[in-house]
Design a protein around this ligand. Structure first.
Ligand SMILES: [Zn+2]
Ligand SMILES: [Zn+2]
Length: 517
Protein backbone atom coordinates (compact mmCIF):
# COMPACT_ATOMS: atom_id res chain seq x y z
CA UNK A 1 0.00 0.00 0.00
CA UNK A 2 2.76 2.40 0.99
CA UNK A 3 4.71 1.57 -2.13
CA UNK A 4 1.69 2.20 -4.30
CA UNK A 5 1.09 5.57 -2.70
CA UNK A 6 4.69 6.62 -3.18
CA UNK A 7 4.43 5.63 -6.78
CA UNK A 8 1.32 7.73 -7.18
CA UNK A 9 2.85 10.73 -5.48
CA UNK A 10 5.84 10.37 -7.75
CA UNK A 11 3.64 10.27 -10.84
CA UNK A 12 1.74 13.37 -9.80
CA UNK A 13 4.98 15.22 -9.18
CA UNK A 14 6.29 14.10 -12.54
CA UNK A 15 3.20 15.49 -14.17
CA UNK A 16 3.63 18.81 -12.41
CA UNK A 17 7.26 18.88 -13.42
CA UNK A 18 6.39 18.26 -17.05
CA UNK A 19 3.85 21.03 -17.01
CA UNK A 20 6.41 23.45 -15.68
CA UNK A 21 9.07 22.49 -18.18
CA UNK A 22 8.87 25.78 -19.99
CA UNK A 23 12.32 27.20 -20.40
CA UNK A 24 13.20 29.97 -18.01
CA UNK A 25 13.73 32.34 -20.90
CA UNK A 26 10.19 31.81 -22.16
CA UNK A 27 8.85 32.16 -18.65
CA UNK A 28 10.66 35.44 -18.15
CA UNK A 29 9.42 36.77 -21.46
CA UNK A 30 5.88 35.73 -20.63
CA UNK A 31 6.11 37.65 -17.37
CA UNK A 32 7.62 40.71 -19.01
CA UNK A 33 4.91 40.74 -21.66
CA UNK A 34 2.21 40.80 -18.99
CA UNK A 35 3.51 44.05 -17.54
CA UNK A 36 2.54 47.00 -19.74
CA UNK A 37 4.93 49.90 -20.20
CA UNK A 38 3.31 52.95 -18.51
CA UNK A 39 4.33 55.07 -21.50
CA UNK A 40 1.96 53.03 -23.64
CA UNK A 41 -0.86 53.61 -21.14
CA UNK A 42 -1.79 57.10 -22.16
CA UNK A 43 1.41 58.76 -20.90
CA UNK A 44 1.16 57.58 -17.33
CA UNK A 45 3.79 56.54 -14.84
CA UNK A 46 2.10 53.67 -13.07
CA UNK A 47 1.78 50.13 -14.37
CA UNK A 48 -0.63 48.12 -12.26
CA UNK A 49 -1.81 45.19 -14.41
CA UNK A 50 -3.37 43.38 -11.45
CA UNK A 51 -5.26 46.52 -10.34
CA UNK A 52 -3.89 46.45 -6.86
CA UNK A 53 -3.75 50.20 -6.31
CA UNK A 54 -6.67 52.49 -5.75
CA UNK A 55 -7.52 54.52 -8.88
CA UNK A 56 -7.28 57.73 -6.86
CA UNK A 57 -3.75 56.80 -5.78
CA UNK A 58 -2.77 56.11 -9.36
CA UNK A 59 -4.24 59.44 -10.40
CA UNK A 60 -2.39 61.47 -7.81
CA UNK A 61 0.84 59.54 -8.39
CA UNK A 62 0.58 60.33 -12.08
CA UNK A 63 0.11 64.03 -11.34
CA UNK A 64 3.16 64.20 -9.07
CA UNK A 65 5.38 62.08 -11.31
CA UNK A 66 4.41 64.04 -14.39
CA UNK A 67 5.44 67.31 -12.71
CA UNK A 68 8.70 65.69 -11.71
CA UNK A 69 9.29 64.46 -15.25
CA UNK A 70 8.62 67.89 -16.73
CA UNK A 71 11.06 69.44 -14.24
CA UNK A 72 13.70 67.14 -15.75
CA UNK A 73 14.88 65.92 -12.36
CA UNK A 74 13.71 62.35 -12.73
CA UNK A 75 11.36 60.06 -14.56
CA UNK A 76 9.87 57.63 -12.07
CA UNK A 77 7.85 54.62 -13.13
CA UNK A 78 5.94 52.58 -10.57
CA UNK A 79 5.19 48.92 -11.27
CA UNK A 80 3.23 46.75 -8.89
CA UNK A 81 2.36 43.11 -9.64
CA UNK A 82 0.97 40.22 -7.66
CA UNK A 83 3.47 37.68 -8.87
CA UNK A 84 6.31 37.07 -11.24
CA UNK A 85 6.42 33.35 -10.52
CA UNK A 86 9.80 32.29 -9.25
CA UNK A 87 11.73 34.91 -11.18
CA UNK A 88 14.12 37.12 -9.26
CA UNK A 89 12.51 40.59 -8.82
CA UNK A 90 15.84 42.33 -9.30
CA UNK A 91 16.32 40.62 -12.69
CA UNK A 92 12.85 41.56 -13.84
CA UNK A 93 13.26 45.15 -12.65
CA UNK A 94 16.54 45.41 -14.53
CA UNK A 95 14.97 43.95 -17.68
CA UNK A 96 11.91 46.24 -17.50
CA UNK A 97 14.07 49.30 -16.96
CA UNK A 98 16.25 48.61 -19.96
CA UNK A 99 13.45 47.43 -22.24
CA UNK A 100 11.35 50.47 -21.51
CA UNK A 101 14.41 52.73 -21.45
CA UNK A 102 13.11 54.69 -18.49
CA UNK A 103 14.34 58.25 -18.24
CA UNK A 104 15.93 60.69 -20.63
CA UNK A 105 18.63 59.46 -22.92
CA UNK A 106 21.00 62.34 -22.14
CA UNK A 107 20.67 62.44 -18.36
CA UNK A 108 19.70 58.83 -17.60
CA UNK A 109 17.38 60.11 -14.91
CA UNK A 110 15.07 57.08 -14.70
CA UNK A 111 13.92 55.29 -11.58
CA UNK A 112 11.79 52.16 -11.48
CA UNK A 113 9.94 51.31 -8.31
CA UNK A 114 9.01 47.65 -8.60
CA UNK A 115 6.84 45.76 -6.10
CA UNK A 116 6.21 42.01 -6.19
CA UNK A 117 3.54 41.10 -3.68
CA UNK A 118 3.86 37.33 -3.39
CA UNK A 119 7.61 37.47 -2.96
CA UNK A 120 7.18 40.50 -0.67
CA UNK A 121 9.88 42.35 -2.46
CA UNK A 122 10.54 45.99 -3.41
CA UNK A 123 13.19 46.89 -5.94
CA UNK A 124 14.44 50.35 -6.88
CA UNK A 125 16.19 50.31 -10.21
CA UNK A 126 18.03 53.58 -10.71
CA UNK A 127 19.23 55.04 -13.96
CA UNK A 128 22.89 55.76 -14.38
CA UNK A 129 22.37 59.50 -14.02
CA UNK A 130 20.45 59.21 -10.76
CA UNK A 131 22.81 56.83 -9.03
CA UNK A 132 25.22 59.46 -7.64
CA UNK A 133 22.32 61.31 -5.99
CA UNK A 134 19.97 58.48 -5.18
CA UNK A 135 22.55 56.03 -3.95
CA UNK A 136 21.85 52.41 -3.16
CA UNK A 137 22.12 53.19 0.53
CA UNK A 138 19.56 55.97 0.30
CA UNK A 139 17.22 53.72 -1.69
CA UNK A 140 17.46 50.99 0.91
CA UNK A 141 16.86 53.49 3.73
CA UNK A 142 13.80 54.93 2.03
CA UNK A 143 12.41 51.43 1.54
CA UNK A 144 13.04 50.53 5.14
CA UNK A 145 11.64 53.67 6.69
CA UNK A 146 8.86 54.74 4.37
CA UNK A 147 7.63 51.62 2.65
CA UNK A 148 8.11 48.47 4.69
CA UNK A 149 5.95 49.56 7.66
CA UNK A 150 2.99 50.05 5.27
CA UNK A 151 3.78 47.01 3.15
CA UNK A 152 3.65 44.88 6.25
CA UNK A 153 0.11 46.10 6.81
CA UNK A 154 -0.77 45.36 3.19
CA UNK A 155 -1.27 49.07 2.53
CA UNK A 156 0.46 49.21 -0.86
CA UNK A 157 -1.03 52.59 -1.83
CA UNK A 158 0.40 54.29 1.22
CA UNK A 159 3.76 52.54 0.87
CA UNK A 160 4.32 53.88 -2.63
CA UNK A 161 2.94 57.32 -1.89
CA UNK A 162 5.15 57.82 1.16
CA UNK A 163 8.27 56.77 -0.73
CA UNK A 164 7.79 59.44 -3.39
CA UNK A 165 8.20 62.43 -1.04
CA UNK A 166 11.65 61.57 0.32
CA UNK A 167 12.79 60.67 -3.19
CA UNK A 168 11.70 64.07 -4.49
CA UNK A 169 13.33 65.67 -1.45
CA UNK A 170 16.63 63.97 -2.24
CA UNK A 171 16.45 64.98 -5.88
CA UNK A 172 15.68 68.60 -4.96
CA UNK A 173 18.28 69.03 -2.25
CA UNK A 174 20.80 66.45 -3.45
CA UNK A 175 21.18 65.41 0.17
CA UNK A 176 19.59 62.87 2.44
CA UNK A 177 19.51 62.75 6.17
CA UNK A 178 19.73 59.15 7.35
CA UNK A 179 18.91 60.16 10.92
CA UNK A 180 15.53 61.65 10.17
CA UNK A 181 12.58 59.48 10.98
CA UNK A 182 9.53 59.54 8.68
CA UNK A 183 7.32 61.68 10.93
CA UNK A 184 9.69 64.65 10.78
CA UNK A 185 10.20 64.65 7.06
CA UNK A 186 8.00 67.22 5.44
CA UNK A 187 4.56 66.92 4.07
CA UNK A 188 3.49 64.17 1.80
CA UNK A 189 2.31 66.04 -1.24
CA UNK A 190 0.37 63.26 -2.79
CA UNK A 191 -3.21 62.73 -1.78
CA UNK A 192 -3.65 59.65 0.31
CA UNK A 193 -6.06 57.01 -0.72
CA UNK A 194 -8.46 55.01 1.33
CA UNK A 195 -6.81 51.69 2.08
CA UNK A 196 -10.11 49.92 2.56
CA UNK A 197 -11.25 50.39 -0.98
CA UNK A 198 -8.20 48.74 -2.43
CA UNK A 199 -8.81 45.72 -0.24
CA UNK A 200 -12.23 45.34 -1.75
CA UNK A 201 -10.77 45.35 -5.16
CA UNK A 202 -8.21 42.64 -4.53
CA UNK A 203 -10.79 40.22 -3.24
CA UNK A 204 -11.58 38.60 -6.54
CA UNK A 205 -14.26 36.15 -7.44
CA UNK A 206 -13.83 32.47 -6.70
CA UNK A 207 -12.92 31.53 -10.24
CA UNK A 208 -10.45 34.34 -10.50
CA UNK A 209 -8.56 33.13 -7.48
CA UNK A 210 -8.54 29.57 -8.74
CA UNK A 211 -7.09 30.83 -11.98
CA UNK A 212 -4.53 32.91 -10.16
CA UNK A 213 -3.41 30.09 -7.96
CA UNK A 214 -3.14 27.66 -10.83
CA UNK A 215 -1.09 30.22 -12.70
CA UNK A 216 1.10 30.79 -9.76
CA UNK A 217 1.61 27.14 -8.95
CA UNK A 218 2.73 26.29 -12.41
CA UNK A 219 5.20 29.17 -12.35
CA UNK A 220 6.48 28.62 -8.86
CA UNK A 221 9.21 26.22 -7.87
CA UNK A 222 7.65 25.92 -4.43
CA UNK A 223 4.78 23.94 -5.80
CA UNK A 224 6.84 20.75 -5.78
CA UNK A 225 7.37 21.14 -2.08
CA UNK A 226 3.78 22.16 -1.48
CA UNK A 227 2.53 19.18 -3.45
CA UNK A 228 4.69 16.86 -1.41
CA UNK A 229 3.33 18.36 1.79
CA UNK A 230 -0.27 18.06 0.62
CA UNK A 231 0.00 14.52 -0.64
CA UNK A 232 1.94 13.24 2.30
CA UNK A 233 -0.54 14.91 4.64
CA UNK A 234 -3.48 13.41 2.74
CA UNK A 235 -1.90 10.00 3.05
CA UNK A 236 -1.04 10.60 6.66
CA UNK A 237 -4.47 11.65 7.76
CA UNK A 238 -6.26 9.00 5.75
CA UNK A 239 -4.22 6.42 7.61
CA UNK A 240 -5.10 8.06 10.90
CA UNK A 241 -8.78 8.03 9.97
CA UNK A 242 -8.63 4.32 9.24
CA UNK A 243 -7.05 3.66 12.61
CA UNK A 244 -9.38 6.00 14.48
CA UNK A 245 -12.38 4.44 12.81
CA UNK A 246 -11.21 0.96 13.67
CA UNK A 247 -10.52 1.77 17.29
CA UNK A 248 -13.53 3.91 18.12
CA UNK A 249 -16.42 3.39 15.80
CA UNK A 250 -16.39 -0.29 15.12
CA UNK A 251 -16.20 -1.26 18.75
CA UNK A 252 -18.72 1.18 20.11
CA UNK A 253 -20.95 0.87 17.10
CA UNK A 254 -21.76 4.52 16.83
CA UNK A 255 -24.10 5.40 14.08
CA UNK A 256 -22.56 5.76 10.64
CA UNK A 257 -23.78 9.32 10.39
CA UNK A 258 -21.94 10.37 13.52
CA UNK A 259 -18.73 8.75 12.43
CA UNK A 260 -19.00 10.33 8.99
CA UNK A 261 -19.57 13.73 10.52
CA UNK A 262 -16.58 13.32 12.81
CA UNK A 263 -14.37 12.25 9.93
CA UNK A 264 -15.35 15.30 7.89
CA UNK A 265 -14.72 17.53 10.87
CA UNK A 266 -11.34 15.94 11.31
CA UNK A 267 -10.49 16.37 7.63
CA UNK A 268 -11.50 20.02 7.68
CA UNK A 269 -9.32 20.64 10.70
CA UNK A 270 -6.40 18.99 8.97
CA UNK A 271 -6.99 20.97 5.78
CA UNK A 272 -7.07 24.23 7.69
CA UNK A 273 -3.97 23.21 9.62
CA UNK A 274 -2.02 22.33 6.50
CA UNK A 275 -3.19 25.53 4.83
CA UNK A 276 -2.01 27.68 7.70
CA UNK A 277 1.37 25.97 7.68
CA UNK A 278 1.72 26.45 3.92
CA UNK A 279 0.52 30.04 4.21
CA UNK A 280 3.08 30.77 6.88
CA UNK A 281 5.96 29.12 5.07
CA UNK A 282 5.28 30.15 1.48
CA UNK A 283 3.33 33.40 1.92
CA UNK A 284 0.46 32.06 -0.14
CA UNK A 285 -3.00 33.46 0.40
CA UNK A 286 -4.71 31.32 3.03
CA UNK A 287 -8.09 31.23 1.30
CA UNK A 288 -6.55 30.24 -2.00
CA UNK A 289 -4.55 27.56 -0.28
CA UNK A 290 -7.70 26.06 1.24
CA UNK A 291 -9.38 26.12 -2.17
CA UNK A 292 -6.46 24.34 -3.78
CA UNK A 293 -6.29 21.62 -1.14
CA UNK A 294 -10.02 21.03 -1.29
CA UNK A 295 -9.78 21.02 -5.07
CA UNK A 296 -7.01 18.43 -5.00
CA UNK A 297 -8.97 16.39 -2.49
CA UNK A 298 -12.09 16.41 -4.67
CA UNK A 299 -10.10 15.65 -7.79
CA UNK A 300 -8.49 12.68 -6.07
CA UNK A 301 -11.93 11.51 -5.00
CA UNK A 302 -13.16 11.74 -8.57
CA UNK A 303 -10.21 9.66 -9.79
CA UNK A 304 -10.84 7.10 -7.04
CA UNK A 305 -14.44 6.65 -8.17
CA UNK A 306 -13.28 5.98 -11.71
CA UNK A 307 -10.60 3.56 -10.56
CA UNK A 308 -13.01 1.59 -8.39
CA UNK A 309 -15.54 1.44 -11.20
CA UNK A 310 -12.90 0.11 -13.57
CA UNK A 311 -11.94 -2.56 -11.04
CA UNK A 312 -15.55 -3.68 -10.79
CA UNK A 313 -15.95 -3.76 -14.57
CA UNK A 314 -12.70 -5.67 -15.13
CA UNK A 315 -13.70 -8.22 -12.50
CA UNK A 316 -16.81 -9.07 -14.49
CA UNK A 317 -14.64 -10.31 -17.36
CA UNK A 318 -12.75 -12.78 -15.22
CA UNK A 319 -13.58 -16.40 -14.46
CA UNK A 320 -15.55 -16.89 -11.31
CA UNK A 321 -12.83 -18.44 -9.18
CA UNK A 322 -10.27 -15.83 -10.29
CA UNK A 323 -12.78 -13.00 -9.85
CA UNK A 324 -13.14 -13.83 -6.18
CA UNK A 325 -9.46 -13.35 -5.40
CA UNK A 326 -9.21 -10.34 -7.68
CA UNK A 327 -11.99 -8.52 -5.88
CA UNK A 328 -10.76 -9.59 -2.47
CA UNK A 329 -7.41 -8.03 -3.23
CA UNK A 330 -9.07 -4.62 -3.66
CA UNK A 331 -11.33 -4.81 -0.65
CA UNK A 332 -8.83 -2.93 1.51
CA UNK A 333 -8.42 -0.22 -1.13
CA UNK A 334 -12.17 0.29 -1.30
CA UNK A 335 -12.46 0.42 2.45
CA UNK A 336 -9.61 2.88 2.75
CA UNK A 337 -11.14 5.11 0.07
CA UNK A 338 -14.50 4.98 1.76
CA UNK A 339 -12.95 6.28 4.96
CA UNK A 340 -11.20 9.06 3.14
CA UNK A 341 -14.36 10.15 1.34
CA UNK A 342 -17.28 9.72 3.74
CA UNK A 343 -19.59 11.72 1.50
CA UNK A 344 -19.28 10.05 -1.87
CA UNK A 345 -20.50 7.10 -3.85
CA UNK A 346 -17.59 5.02 -2.70
CA UNK A 347 -19.63 3.34 0.02
CA UNK A 348 -22.05 2.20 -2.70
CA UNK A 349 -19.16 0.86 -4.73
CA UNK A 350 -17.84 -0.86 -1.64
CA UNK A 351 -21.22 -2.47 -1.04
CA UNK A 352 -21.29 -3.61 -4.64
CA UNK A 353 -17.82 -5.06 -4.23
CA UNK A 354 -18.81 -7.04 -1.14
CA UNK A 355 -21.86 -8.34 -2.98
CA UNK A 356 -19.79 -9.31 -6.01
CA UNK A 357 -17.27 -11.10 -3.82
CA UNK A 358 -20.06 -13.08 -2.19
CA UNK A 359 -21.77 -13.89 -5.47
CA UNK A 360 -18.59 -14.94 -7.20
CA UNK A 361 -17.98 -17.52 -4.51
CA UNK A 362 -21.39 -18.65 -3.29
CA UNK A 363 -23.73 -18.43 -6.26
CA UNK A 364 -24.63 -22.04 -7.10
CA UNK A 365 -22.68 -23.57 -9.96
CA UNK A 366 -24.44 -25.31 -12.82
CA UNK A 367 -23.58 -28.97 -13.30
CA UNK A 368 -21.60 -29.60 -16.47
CA UNK A 369 -23.25 -32.98 -17.03
CA UNK A 370 -26.93 -32.47 -16.39
CA UNK A 371 -27.22 -28.66 -16.26
CA UNK A 372 -28.99 -28.71 -12.91
CA UNK A 373 -27.91 -26.53 -10.02
CA UNK A 374 -25.21 -27.64 -7.62
CA UNK A 375 -25.15 -27.25 -3.89
CA UNK A 376 -22.32 -26.47 -1.52
CA UNK A 377 -21.26 -29.64 0.25
CA UNK A 378 -20.17 -29.35 3.86
CA UNK A 379 -18.29 -32.60 3.71
CA UNK A 380 -15.50 -31.65 1.35
CA UNK A 381 -13.82 -35.08 1.04
CA UNK A 382 -10.42 -33.45 0.76
CA UNK A 383 -7.15 -35.32 0.41
CA UNK A 384 -4.65 -35.16 3.27
CA UNK A 385 -2.59 -32.54 1.49
CA UNK A 386 -5.63 -30.39 0.76
CA UNK A 387 -6.77 -30.61 4.37
CA UNK A 388 -3.33 -29.49 5.44
CA UNK A 389 -3.55 -26.55 3.06
CA UNK A 390 -6.83 -25.50 4.63
CA UNK A 391 -5.36 -25.99 8.08
CA UNK A 392 -2.42 -23.66 7.46
CA UNK A 393 -4.80 -21.31 5.69
CA UNK A 394 -2.93 -21.18 2.39
CA UNK A 395 -5.79 -22.54 0.27
CA UNK A 396 -9.52 -22.84 0.77
CA UNK A 397 -11.67 -25.37 -0.98
CA UNK A 398 -15.36 -25.29 -1.82
CA UNK A 399 -16.91 -28.61 -2.70
CA UNK A 400 -19.99 -28.40 -4.92
CA UNK A 401 -22.25 -31.37 -5.48
CA UNK A 402 -24.87 -31.77 -8.20
CA UNK A 403 -28.31 -32.39 -6.74
CA UNK A 404 -29.34 -34.87 -9.42
CA UNK A 405 -26.23 -36.65 -10.74
CA UNK A 406 -24.05 -36.21 -7.64
CA UNK A 407 -21.07 -34.93 -9.62
CA UNK A 408 -18.51 -33.26 -7.37
CA UNK A 409 -16.76 -30.03 -8.36
CA UNK A 410 -13.92 -28.81 -6.19
CA UNK A 411 -13.14 -25.07 -6.44
CA UNK A 412 -9.81 -23.88 -5.11
CA UNK A 413 -9.16 -20.40 -3.64
CA UNK A 414 -5.58 -19.49 -2.87
CA UNK A 415 -5.27 -17.17 0.09
CA UNK A 416 -3.61 -14.07 -1.26
CA UNK A 417 -2.37 -13.09 2.18
CA UNK A 418 -0.74 -16.43 2.99
CA UNK A 419 3.06 -16.58 2.68
CA UNK A 420 3.11 -20.33 2.06
CA UNK A 421 4.48 -21.45 -1.31
CA UNK A 422 3.77 -24.37 -3.52
CA UNK A 423 5.98 -27.38 -2.83
CA UNK A 424 7.95 -28.50 -5.89
CA UNK A 425 7.63 -32.16 -4.93
CA UNK A 426 4.06 -32.67 -3.76
CA UNK A 427 2.59 -29.53 -5.34
CA UNK A 428 0.53 -28.65 -2.30
CA UNK A 429 0.76 -25.08 -1.09
CA UNK A 430 2.31 -26.21 2.15
CA UNK A 431 5.85 -24.94 1.81
CA UNK A 432 6.38 -22.56 4.73
CA UNK A 433 9.30 -20.39 5.78
CA UNK A 434 11.18 -22.03 8.61
CA UNK A 435 14.17 -19.81 9.13
CA UNK A 436 16.17 -17.03 7.51
CA UNK A 437 19.94 -17.26 7.46
CA UNK A 438 22.27 -14.40 6.73
CA UNK A 439 25.58 -15.69 5.38
CA UNK A 440 27.15 -12.33 4.76
CA UNK A 441 26.15 -9.00 6.20
CA UNK A 442 25.85 -6.01 3.94
CA UNK A 443 28.38 -3.23 4.38
CA UNK A 444 28.66 0.17 2.82
CA UNK A 445 31.08 -1.19 0.20
CA UNK A 446 29.59 -4.60 -0.60
CA UNK A 447 26.17 -6.20 -0.66
CA UNK A 448 25.36 -9.12 1.63
CA UNK A 449 23.63 -12.40 1.05
CA UNK A 450 21.56 -14.99 2.82
CA UNK A 451 18.99 -17.67 2.26
CA UNK A 452 15.52 -18.60 3.43
CA UNK A 453 14.87 -22.16 4.45
CA UNK A 454 11.44 -23.44 3.42
CA UNK A 455 10.08 -26.76 4.51
CA UNK A 456 7.01 -28.52 3.17
CA UNK A 457 4.69 -29.38 6.02
CA UNK A 458 3.27 -32.24 4.06
CA UNK A 459 6.20 -34.11 2.47
CA UNK A 460 8.97 -32.37 4.51
CA UNK A 461 10.92 -31.47 1.41
CA UNK A 462 13.37 -28.66 2.15
CA UNK A 463 14.15 -25.78 -0.13
CA UNK A 464 16.69 -22.97 0.15
CA UNK A 465 16.04 -19.67 -1.57
CA UNK A 466 18.94 -17.31 -1.73
CA UNK A 467 18.60 -13.58 -1.54
CA UNK A 468 20.85 -10.57 -1.78
CA UNK A 469 20.93 -7.81 0.80
CA UNK A 470 21.54 -4.46 -0.86
CA UNK A 471 24.51 -2.32 0.08
CA UNK A 472 24.06 -0.15 3.11
CA UNK A 473 23.45 3.35 1.91
CA UNK A 474 25.86 5.98 3.06
CA UNK A 475 23.87 8.71 4.60
CA UNK A 476 24.27 11.40 2.03
CA UNK A 477 22.88 14.77 2.80
CA UNK A 478 19.82 15.08 0.69
CA UNK A 479 19.68 18.15 -1.42
CA UNK A 480 16.80 20.20 -0.25
CA UNK A 481 14.56 22.09 -2.57
CA UNK A 482 15.53 25.64 -2.94
CA UNK A 483 12.81 27.80 -1.59
CA UNK A 484 12.19 30.95 -3.51
CA UNK A 485 14.97 32.90 -5.06
CA UNK A 486 15.81 36.07 -3.25
CA UNK A 487 14.38 36.16 0.20
CA UNK A 488 17.08 38.02 2.04
CA UNK A 489 16.47 38.33 5.73
CA UNK A 490 18.11 41.68 6.10
CA UNK A 491 16.38 44.90 5.29
CA UNK A 492 18.29 45.55 2.16
CA UNK A 493 20.24 43.54 -0.34
CA UNK A 494 22.22 45.58 -2.72
CA UNK A 495 23.50 44.58 -6.03
CA UNK A 496 25.89 46.59 -8.04
CA UNK A 497 27.36 45.69 -11.31
CA UNK A 498 30.24 47.86 -12.31
CA UNK A 499 31.15 49.03 -15.78
CA UNK A 500 28.65 50.18 -18.32
CA UNK A 501 28.62 52.62 -21.08
CA UNK A 502 25.87 55.18 -21.20
CA UNK A 503 23.98 55.08 -24.42
CA UNK A 504 20.83 56.56 -25.80
CA UNK A 505 17.70 55.99 -23.79
CA UNK A 506 17.65 55.46 -20.05
CA UNK A 507 19.90 52.69 -18.90
CA UNK A 508 20.37 51.05 -15.62
CA UNK A 509 23.68 49.48 -14.74
CA UNK A 510 22.00 47.42 -12.09
CA UNK A 511 22.14 50.13 -9.46
CA UNK A 512 19.39 50.54 -6.90
CA UNK A 513 18.33 48.60 -3.89
CA UNK A 514 15.84 45.98 -2.89
CA UNK A 515 14.15 45.07 0.35
CA UNK A 516 11.86 42.36 1.57
CA UNK A 517 8.92 42.87 3.87
ZN1 LIG B 1 -25.44 -33.08 -12.56
ZN1 LIG C 1 5.71 -31.19 -0.38
Amino acid sequence: MKCLLLKRIFLVLLLFQLLSCKSSQEKQEAILSKIPDPKTLNETFVSDPDQILNPSTVYSLNQTLKELDISGKAHIDVVIVKSIGDEVPKDIAYKLFNTWKIGRADTNNGLLIFLVLDQRRIEFETGVGLEPVLTDMICADIQRKYMIPYLKQGNYDQAIVSAISPIIEVLNTESYNFNVEPENLGNINVALSEPHESEHKTSNSFFNSIENIADKWLNNSNFVLVSIIIFSSLTFFSTIITVVKKVFFQRKKKSRLVSKFLIILFQLTIILLISSIITAVFHINFKKCVYVIIGLYLFRGFLLHIRLLIILILAKRKDRDKRYNYLLKYKETFKYSENLYPISFIHLLYKKLCKDIKHSRYDPYVCENCKSLMKLNKNKNLSKGQSLEEKINSVEYDSWECISCKTIKLVKYTNIYSKAKECEKCHYRTNVLKKTYITQKATTSSSGSGYELYECKFCHEKEEIEFVIPKESTRSSRSSYSIGSSRSSGSSSRSSSGGYSSSSGGRSGGGGAGSSW
